[in-house]
Design a binder for this molecule. Structure first.
Ligand SMILES: Nc1ncnc2c1ncn2[C@@H]1O[C@H](COP(=O)(O)OP(=O)(O)OP(=O)(O)O)[C@@H](O)[C@H]1O
Length: 323
């Protein structure tokens, strides 16, 4: 079969096609494309200030590994003097997170970045293995998601980072939009593609220690991240969480992958559709405040993590999900 030339430089053979952009790129032009796209997101959406401390949510997976690599590269290329840290959450999942943390430690050494680890056992007195032994394998992702979000906040505050960057990519965002649509969760739907905290200026000043959350890979597809990591020979941990196959999110992911195979614009179109929607009552969402128990940002007096922990402590974890 005749090989195509790169549609950008026209000199080398193409190694990857970016179907939604109708481009076929060689390795070198693909590296530039991905790095420039991430840089453009950072600049256009003003994600970071020069010199600030940035916590990178590092799970050892492909997304956060590529994120750490690209942020370090852009930092050096544009001399932003960002103070980059790797921040990992140890959920206490034996045979999964303990192995992926080894990969993060490897990244710490390879990229010469400091690493800080927070664990569920130290924050909540519960590991995910213990949570699953109480509530079973169904719905345990609800606990893990709530705890992780807060653990990342607490870890970032501990290292005095002003912003938390996570490796969420375009596929993840489209998947979340789809999931919130399927669940009829209009409040979350309106926040599905938000970069930054999503709070009003008044709320941000009331919660003075608010951490900004950003997604610099939001315009990059999962396939592109995998190819970038593969071409660059980055070391990442590829195994899925042992409890994930039971999550409802998995069905949305599979559906989206099927749609994208049939029509390679599906992911970007879902994200675009959300940006065009006016979601009724979205403005009437609850005002953010500080949890009276742990002082985390919350829409209720007692935050979701404290509520879930209390239900586990009482041995009533399952009923907490139904509530
Ligand atoms: N245990 C963790 N510690 C630190 N950050 C995490 C952890 N789990 C998830 N994150 C952050 O949240 C992002 C999205 O997490 P998700 O669970 O969707 O994993 P993913 O899409 O497989 O990403 P990755 O390939 O980086 O694991 C990750 O890219 C990472 O930045």
């Amino acid at each position: 079969m005749k090989r195509r030339l790169c549609s950008h430089c026209g000199e080398a053979f193409a190694n990857i096609s970016i179907s939604r952009k109708n481009k076929h790129l060689c390795r070198c032009c693909f590296y530039n494309y991905l790095e420039d796209t991430v840089h453009q997101t950072i600049v256009e959406e003003k994600l970071f200030q020069p010199g600030e401390r940035i916590a990178i949510g590092a799970s050892g997976g492909k997304d956060s590994t590529v994120l750490a690599y690209v942020l370090k590269l852009l930092n050096e290329r544009y001399e932003y003097h960002w103070d980059l840290w790797l921040l990992s959450v140890d959920e206490g999942i034996h045979g999964y997170r303990d192995d992926s943390l080894r990969t993060v430690e490897q990244n710490r050494d390879d990229y010469n970045l400091p690493l800080y680890v927070v664990s569920y056992s130290e924050l909540y007195d519960w590991t995910m293995d213990q949570v699953v032994s109480q509530i079973g394998r169904k719905s345990n992702c609800t606990f893990c998601g709530v705890f992780r979000r807060q653990a990342l906040d607490k870890g970032a505050k501990k290292i005095q980072a002003s912003v938390l960057a996570t490796g969420h990519n375009a596929d993840d965002i489209a998947e979340t939009i789809l999931l919130n649509l399927l669940r009829g969760d209009h409040a979350r739907l309106s926040r599905s593609n938000m970069n930054k905290s999503g709070m009003s200026e008044e709320e941000e000043s009331c919660c003075s220690n608010t951490l900004r959350r950003v997604k610099p890979l939001k315009d990059i597809y999962e396939k592109e991240i995998v190819m970038y990591a593969y071409f660059k020979k980055l070391k990442y941990f590829a195994t899925e969480c042992i409890y994930a196959p039971f999550a409802y999110r998995g069905h949305a992911r599979e559906y989206l992958k099927r749609l994208e195979r049939i029509r390679p614009h599906s992911i970007s179109d879902i994200i675009y559709s959300l940006s065009c929607l006016h979601i009724k009552d979205a403005e009437q969402r609850q005002v953010q405040q500080q949890c009276i128990l742990c002082h985390s940002i919350s829409s209720q007096k007692i935050c979701k993590a404290c509520q879930l922990k209390a239900s586990l402590d009482k041995g009533q974890g399952i009923s907490a999900i139904h509530r």
